[in-house]
Design a protein around this ligand. Structure first.
Ligand code: FAD
Length: 341
């Protein structure tokens, strides 16, 4: 039986970052990805300033940069502005391929595609019928994590996101729509990309069922005259149920760990930093994570905010509306960028 020091399940941002961090070590690393191509993921491809500060992305990967966002609350529109760019869009396939390229420099890291992990034991994973041994296992396999299931952790807090990717250059503004009638405590977005736009929304099923959200989304698209006839429809679960990331020699990162924000749906940054710090823990068990606790603090704030908005029921419009008016004042606008970005 083949055996590796570290097996990473899933080559999303978290798994790829973890592999990169282990790249210059003496450990043998196997990164397993079920898809044939690394990168594609149901995602709006929106990044914030902290992602950019962390990533040092090549200029050509950034499709659009924004120093303002149009915030719509029912019929009221506010612009949140900043002197510096704070929102960006990237293409997930290009981003994944850029992360993958970095691994070519490391002979100790092997990447296998078309490699779905179907079974896990305390010592092995099974991939396409083959058993492979590990010393450390990293679950970087997203919101439907097989590693999380192996650990016996059930996610109570799984929301979902839906979007249309529409081939058009018509949209140039970064826009967010808080319209409780359609999206309850959550929002819809318009994130322009090069040659296409992501228009989507998300919710949690115990507040809005998947069917109801889809119905409401289509009503909202019609109201806003958004033509989806050429669009590609996509949907995916969003796990924000964090219950830990370190379980002996098994670790979880990103969505698999439930680090995604229950309010904004943002999860790329959390995946990257948890991938990095889990690798550091494998290299040095005495390492004390710094960025994961920061992310957990922000996550707690977002969890409180979403609970407040769910509990607010009919008063949501009033709360969102007051927020939108406040955010017109530059001091509060900056605060909003800080809280959500
Ligand atoms: C509609 C929508 C819009 C979103 N928009 C944004 C956004 O604008 N900005 C943002 O920051 N976040 C956004 N997110 C969240 C973001 O996509 C995730 O948080 C992020 O991709 C998490 O990265 P990850 O590495 O943890 O997992 P993933 O990116 O999900 O990667 C997991 C990988 O594991 C692989 N895998 C899964 N199971 C197995 C298996 N059994 N064996 C082998 N491989 C496996 C998958 O194929 C995948 O490649 C959005 C999510 C949705 C659903």
């Amino acid at each position: 039986m083949q055996s590796y020091d570290v097996i990473i399940v899933g080559a999303g941002p978290g798994g790829l970052k973890c592999a990169e961090m282990l790249g210059s070590s003496s450990l043998s690393v196997l990164l397993l990805e079920k898809n044939s191509v690394i990168g594609p993921k149901v995602c709006a491809g929106g990044l914030t300033g902290k992602d950019l500060a962390y990533l040092n992305l090549p200029e050509e990967l950034i499709e659009f940069r924004y120093n303002n966002v149009k915030l719509h609350v029912n019929n009221l529109t506010s612009a949140i502005k900043s002197e510096t760019d704070f929102a960006f869009t990237i293409d997930r396939t290009a981003f994944g391929q850029w992360q993958l390229q970095k691994l070519k420099a490391f002979p100790n890291v092997e990447v296998r595609t078309n490699a779905r992990v179907s079974e896990i034991t305390k010592e092995t994973v099974t991939v396409n019928g083959e058993q492979i041994g590990y010393r450390y296992l990293v679950g970087a396999d997203g919101s439907n994590s097989v590693v999380k299931r192996f650990l016996g952790i059930k996610s109570a807090n799984k929301g979902y996101g839906i979007q249309y990717l529409i081939p058009t250059d018509k949209y140039t503004d970064f826009e967010v729509f808080f319209q409780p009638k359609y999206f309850a405590a959550w929002y819809a977005w318009i994130f322009p990309h090069k040659g296409y736009v992501s228009v989507g929304c998300g919710a949690a099923p115990w507040v809005l069922s998947a069917g109801k959200l889809k119905d409401n989304f289509h009503k909202w698209l019609r109201k806003h005259d958004i033509d989806i006839s050429e669009g590609k429809y996509e949907a995916f679960p969003m796990d924000s149920d964090y219950q830990g990331y370190r379980f002996g020699n098994v670790f979880l990162t990103g969505d698999a760990a439930g680090l995604l924000s229950s309010f904004t749906g943002e999860g790329i940054y959390q995946a990257l930093i948890s991938g990095e710090e889990v690798a550091r823990l494998i290299l040095n068990p005495d390492f004390v994570p710094v960025k994961i606790p920061e992310v957990l603090q922000t996550k707690q704030k977002h969890d409180k905010l979403i609970k407040l908005m769910i509990d607010a029921g009919p008063f949501r419009s009033l709360i969102f509306g007051t927020g939108a008016l406040l955010f017109r004042i530059p001091r509060f606008g900056r605060k909003a960028i800080e809280v959500f970005g």
